[in-house]
Structure formats: C-alpha cells, structure tokens
Design a protein. Structure first.
Length: 452
C-alpha cells in the first residue's frame, strides 16, 4: 500500500491511496474460501459449491469488503504514525472516482480528504474571568424555609367550609352540551390547592364550599399549564386538545394543612433525633444546607459563563467545508444542507470546546476513573434528593447510583459533567476570579439573564 499526502492548507489534507494486487490478494482468497464453506446454492451440497461460481456471483462484493477493511486499517495506521490530530473520519473525495477495474482487479487508487484539528493557544483565550457569586441565606429566606418545613411536616385536618389556604378534594365528571354527565365521558379525582390556582373566577368558586357541593367549570381554568390540566383529568396532553365543554366539580372533602409547631419534634424530623436541640442551631444548619445548594447553582453559572467567555475569545478556524460534509455523510438520519447551515454554528462551538477539553486533559494528565464516576453519580443523586429534604446515604445511595449508571446515556452524561468540571478547575487555576456576595433574588435575576 502506498499513501501519498497532499497538504491543501493548514486544516485539510488529501490522501492518495494506491493498492497493488499484493496488498489484497491473499486476504481476498481467504475470504472467498471462508464464504464458500458457508454458501448454499441449489444443486450443490453446502461447502461444495465450485469456487468459480462463488467468485462469479459474490467475488466483487467480497473484494470490496476486504479492500475497504484494508483501506481503513491503512488510513488509521497512517494517521497514528504521522501523529495527525484529525476531526471526524477520513472521507472519500466526492469529485474523484476510484481508479481500478473490479472485473479484472489489479491496482486500485482511492482519494480521501482529512480535516485537521487546529492548534489552540489557551493563554490567548483565558481572559477576564467572570465573577464568582456567593449567596448567603438571610433571615427572610430562613423564615420562609422554616415555614415551608412546618407545612411539609404538618398534618391535614378536615374542614367544614373551604378557605383560601385549604385543599379541595373533588371528583371531576365530563358534561355534555346540556350540562348532564356525559355517558362514557372522562371521570377523575383530583386535589385543588386553592392558594395556587391562577384563574381568579375558578379560585373564587372554590372558596366557601362544603362537602357535597358541586358546580360546572371549564377544565382549562384548572391551571395555566396544560400538562397539569391533563394530569387532573387523568388523560394525556394530546387528548386534552380534543376535550370540549365543561366538567362538573363535585366536592368530596375539604382539608387544611396545619403547620407543624417549630419544636424538637420538627428538628428531629428534619435532621434526625437530637441532631439539633434549639432554634438557633436549627436555623444555622438550615443555612448550611441552603448555602450548599446555592453553591452548586452559582458554580454552575460560573462554569457556564467561564466556558462561554473562552469560546467567545476563541477565533480559531475549523475545516468547515469538510466538517459539514462529514456531518451530512455520517448522520443517522438524512440531513439537508439547509439544516446543516442552521445548526453548524452550535455544532462548531461545541466542537471547539471539545478540543479545549482534550488539550487541558492532556496537559494536566487528567484521568477519569471508575471510582470518580461512581462518586459523581452519587453526589448528583444525593443533591437531587436533598432538595426535597430527603437525605440519602449508604447502600440506598449506592444502589441508586449503580442503577443510574447502568443506562449508557446517563453514564455518558455523568462522565461529561465530571470531565467538564475537571477541565474548568484546571483552567480556573490559571486565573483568580473575584468573588461577589449577592442576595438570592439578585442571583435569580442573573441566572434568568443567562437562561439557566
């Protein structure tokens, strides 16, 4: 095999690959013999079909398969030997037809193009790092959190007449045009927390009710969110779009959440028995929890702003024409040039970040171990449950992480997050980002501006 490179520019190389008969003849004949043992052909026992028939009927496809394998191995070895940093995979040059006679095979010549990864100097792109925000839990926030925990650990009591802070448990029945219950129509049971109902008229109807009362209502008044309406009716979002008319709301029960008294019993339910014994230490421990949660959010924002800033400063060109053709040829589903045009900007930005990650990981010898993956998965799951006040540890957390990582896509997501974290940590060590303390409301404003 003879491979001759031709440098088109800094980011593109054409390769001319010449295969002589000596490069493929032996493996081709071995493949024919192997196939002859397997082929079934009328009039011949399996494995006894004459080689001339096998070659005449299947020879071209077997030869093409073997030559393709030899080409792939040869191109890979060339890339490795010459230490080429490539993007995507080699592509046949679409303006060239392979030279060679498949009916009388001898010498073949193929043309390929390769897109090269650009050289990136990180020192030129790490400029003006963003501020790292610090959010502290203030008294107002702690008051609201204590109130929320009191309600969460409170108890439900039956009430005679509904008020704005109550829950209305109701049966919903679909009505016909005459206002009667529709035969075979939708029926379900749901709970309406009156204080969160958005529709003013429907909210007014829910106040002052007692068990047994009923009234008709437009189901779209149940919530501004269509998924919530569908859930209340026990149907899918798609089915909701075909619903016409009103529903009867029949009140089955009125309940009110009586908040738990802020005492030792509440402390124990939130943190475990005797972990805290007074209101001051209770609020202090809550503040630690909240600030740890805020730290995850602020760190996520910092990493996003930091990485976006690096990419904004990076004007390194890519082999765009090659990459667009590579995307079109390797995409699982057919993709038009117009689609590529629309999506290429985002794709190329993501690719530049992958190149940066590769450089940083090599320069800093960053390795992701199986233990790293396990710990990251457990940390993510633990943080998710902590938001609902559910502490997880030990065997339960281990099993949840194991089950999560059994999903290939979820495992890759964990690895991607872990890798990005390590890379940004390494990049951040090169700068000294300033810290700024802000309120949680101020942070939410910043987060919304950054579309978090």
């Amino acid at each position: 095999m003879e491979i001759t490179p031709k440098q088109i520019d800094d980011l593109n190389i054409h390769l001319t690959v010449k295969l002589g008969k000596e490069d493929y003849q032996d493996v081709y004949e071995q493949a024919l013999k192997k196939y002859r043992k397997q082929v079934n052909m009328p009039g011949f026992r399996k494995g006894n079909v004459p080689m001339s028939l096998v070659q005449r009927q299947y020879g071209k496809s077997i030869l093409a398969e073997e030559i393709n394998r030899i080409l792939n191995d040869g191109l890979y070895n060339h890339i490795q030997t010459n230490k080429l940093s490539i993007l995507g995979n080699p592509l046949p040059v679409d303006t060239e037809t392979p030279e060679g006679d498949w009916d009388n095979p001898d010498t073949f010549e193929f043309q390929y193009e390769i897109g090269l990864a650009p050289e990136i100097d990180l020192n030129n792109v790490i400029k003006n790092p963003p501020v790292r925000f610090v959010v502290k839990a203030d008294d107002k926030m702690l008051d609201e959190h204590v109130d929320d925990l009191s309600r969460r650990h409170g108890k439900l009591e039956v009430r005679e007449i509904s008020e704005e802070q109550d829950l209305v448990i109701a049966k919903l029945s679909q009505l016909d045009e005459d206002g009667n219950i529709l035969e075979g129509g939708i029926e379900s049971e749901t709970t309406f927390p009156i204080d969160i109902i958005e529709d003013a008229d429907f909210k007014k109807k829910l106040i002052g009710l007692k068990a047994g009362d009923e009234f008709a209502a437009d189901p779209m008044s149940f919530s501004e969110d269509h998924d919530t309406v569908a859930n209340r009716l026990g149907i899918t979002h798609e089915q909701l779009h075909h619903i016409k008319g009103d529903f009867r709301v029949h009140v089955k029960e009125i309940k009110r959440m009586i908040p738990h008294e802020v005492n030792q019993s509440l402390f124990d339910k939130v943190f475990g028995e005797n972990e805290v014994t007074d209101i001051e230490s209770f609020r202090s421990k809550l503040a630690e929890q909240l600030e740890k949660m805020f730290e995850r959010d602020t760190e996520f924002l910092f990493k996003r702003q930091f990485s976006e800033g690096i990419l904004d400063n990076l004007d390194t060109p890519l082999p765009d024409a090659f990459l667009k053709r590579w995307i079109q040829m390797t995409n699982d589903k057919p993709i038009t040039e117009e689609q590529i045009k629309q999506e290429y900007s985002g794709y190329s930005r993501h690719l530049r970040w992958q190149l940066i990650e590769g450089i940083v990981m090599r320069e800093n010898e960053i390795r992701i171990t199986e233990d790293d993956i396990q710990q990251q998965a457990k940390g993510m799951i633990g943080a998710q449950y902590a938001q609902y006040g559910i502490p997880l540890e030990g065997e339960i957390l281990d099993n949840l992480a194991k089950n999560s990582l059994a999903d290939r896509k979820e495992r890759q997501r964990v690895i991607d997050i872990l890798q990005e974290n390590r890379v940004i940590e390494a990049l951040t060590s090169k700068v000294n980002p300033a810290e700024q303390q802000i309120s949680y409301d101020e942070f939410l404003t910043v987060a919304r501006e950054n579309k978090m």
